[in-house]
Design a protein around this ligand. Sequence first.
Ligand code: ATP
Length: 120
Amino acid sequence: MKNSYFSRRIASFGYAFNGIAAFLCSEPHARIHAVATIVVTAAGCWYKLTRMEWILLIIAIAMVWVTEMLNTVIEKIMDHLSPDYHLKVKWIKDVAAGAVLVAAIAAAAIGALIFIPHIL
Ligand SMILES: Nc1ncnc2c1ncn2[C@@H]1O[C@H](COP(=O)(O)OP(=O)(O)OP(=O)(O)O)[C@@H](O)[C@H]1O
């Protein structure tokens, strides 16, 4: 019983990692985020960010990844359920894309507030 519970939890982690791999393999945006994440993390190490700066940076990076992944899922669902042009689909996709933009602007602002003082 215990074994089957833990093996199901381990399997769930496996599916989640498969999902991240599928996102990275199929979406060009994901690869851009991956490169940006590596560059920002390397810059953080170079400038020896404080613990609080790392916390803010990790939240900013995660926000962009999560919104981009959910936006992609919403696009795929809509393309599957409603491949034809539809004003409601346009609204749903535009709002989902808007969420990514909000996260990206916030992440850029957080990055600037953290790195500009270090660079100067
Ligand atoms: N079926 C549809 N009905 C109405 N508008 C749509 C439909 N599909 C796409 N659109 C419009 O086109 C925009 C782009 O949609 P699309 O699904 O191509 O997203 P994208 O961000 O270009 O995705 P990707 O870059 O991952 O291909 C949407 O935000 C929406 O305004």
